[in-house]
Design a protein around this ligand. Structure first.
Ligand code: MG
Length: 428
């Protein structure tokens, strides 16, 4: 079964379709395939009783990969065996409430993987790419934004210029790592004499000083033709996030990303009253109550959920449609952790949602892309789809196994800890 290509499936079944013979694919199994060197990519394969017909979806979680696998294989898969694979919405709704407590990141991720795999199956059954099933493309390709960074403004400017030359029209600008520009040196003023050892300390005032200066430099050297963004990664106290948005107004950002942590989204109201800097938010969102007020009160400009953290294509498509009515654009989160299957899911939505704004780029190594034949192609700042049925990409399980280092996959990963001078945690 695993060796049959999606195209071959359509050849096998074209006779049945022409004879109007009804295809009812039943789910026969759900498997998780762990890959990437450190094992953080989890690709789910939903198998059916139709020869050669299966779908894939992303259940990747950088920090809790094993937990998501256990949720799928031990709890969710057993109750889906024998179900009609065509009932995507019904399976979504019944899985959503199957554990009673819902809107958690683990359940959402499992749900998303199965949802995307079922869309992949539906596309293969119809002989159409998913973007065709969702309404057809309303753009030729998907513009992406690049991640530029540098330890100082000159290095950053060089990196931005490199991306402009590559063809990117929107570029995220960071001073080194997240929070960069806000870190004080080792033994800085403000630390107590019994300070806990940590390499550097994040300071709101330093950030408020350095980030506007960074954009002043970039606008001075590059002008306003290139569109620039910045990711605060929630490091600031909420009132200082409002101040930063005001200070950045003269530099006309494409958007300011994650200025606030999900716990402080009410501050977006203050930000809106204070300045016109466009706001992008949502990569940590897992619950409709997080995105609903921001969209319906028009408090943000770009909704940035990760497709696999909100429940897959079905849920993200609804979010996109909701946002359309309120003038909010999509900018689904991708970046470093995501896998090519989640990227493809986002790309199908990007192609078909009219209120698409921009797509975050990924950083895949050639040997990683090699595991996913048919993957979207990133070229000159655009992501290009193919016209294959379903998601348009597959997983080569032998290559996936070769890519994985089983020893590294056993080591737990944690989000970086940034702290203030007194040792207090900064929300990442
Ligand atoms: Mg971000």
């Amino acid at each position: 079964m695993a060796g049959v290509e999606p195209a071959a499936y359509n050849v096998i079944h074209s006779d049945k379709l022409q004879n109007k013979e009804k295809l009812v694919a039943k789910i026969t199994g759900i498997r998780c395939i762990r890959t990437r060197v450190n094992g953080t990519w989890v690709i789910v394969k939903v198998l059916t009783d139709q020869p050669g017909l299966y779908g894939i979806g992303s259940a990747s979680d950088h920090y809790l990969a094993g937990t998501v696998i256990a949720a799928i294989e031990q709890s969710i898969a057993p109750r889906l065996i024998g179900r009609d694979a065509s009932r995507i919405e019904d399976i979504w709704q019944s899985t959503f409430t199957s554990t009673y407590w819902r809107n958690g990141s683990i359940l959402n991720t499992a749900l998303a993987a199965i949802d995307v795999a079922l869309w992949d199956i539906k596309g293969k059954e119809a002989g159409l790419p998913i973007y065709q099933l969702l309404g057809g493309p309303c753009r030729a390709a998907v513009p992406c934004y690049a991640h530029a960074g540098g330890e100082d403004v000159v290095a950053l400017e060089d990196d931005v210029r490199r991306y402009i030359e590559e063809g990117y029209s929107v570029i995220r600008c960071q001073m080194g790592q997240y929070g960069g520009g806000g870190f004080l040196d080792g033994k800085q003023a403000g630390a107590p004499r019994n300070a806990w050892p940590h390499p550097n300390a994040f300071d709101d005032e330093a950030y408020l000083e350095n980030i506007p200066a960074m954009f002043a430099h970039l606008r001075d050297k590059l002008g306003f033709g290139v569109k620039l963004t910045h990711d605060v990664h929630e490091h600031l106290h909420p009132h200082n996030a409002v101040t930063l948005a005001k200070l950045l107004e003269p530099y006309r950002l494409f958007f300011l990303e994650d200025a606030l942590p999900p716990e402080q989204i009410a501050y977006f109201r203050l930000m809106r009253q204070q300045c016109t800097t466009p706001q992008a938010m949502g990569e940590l969102f897992i619950n409709p109550h997080e995105w609903l007020p921001l969209i319906t009160e028009r408090l943000i400009d770009f909704i940035r959920c990760r497709v696999s953290k909100v429940g897959g294509i079905s849920q993200a498509h609804k979010i996109a449609h909701l946002a359309e009515w309120y003038g909010v654009q999509t900018a689904w989160q991708e970046g470093g952790d995501n896998d090519p299957v989640n990227q493809a899911a986002a790309m199908h939505l990007d192609l078909t949602n009219w209120n698409f704004g921009i797509q975050e780029e990924n950083h895949f190594a050639p040997e990683e892309l090699d595991v996913f034949p048919g993957h979207p192609v990133l070229e000159g700042g655009f992501l290009y789809p193919n016209d294959q049925p379903g998601l348009g990409l597959d997983i080569d399980e032998e290559k996936a196994a070769r890519l994985l280092d089983p020893d590294r996959a056993t080591r737990p990963l944690y989000m970086a800890e940034d702290r203030r001078a007194d040792g207090g945690m900064v929300r990442p």
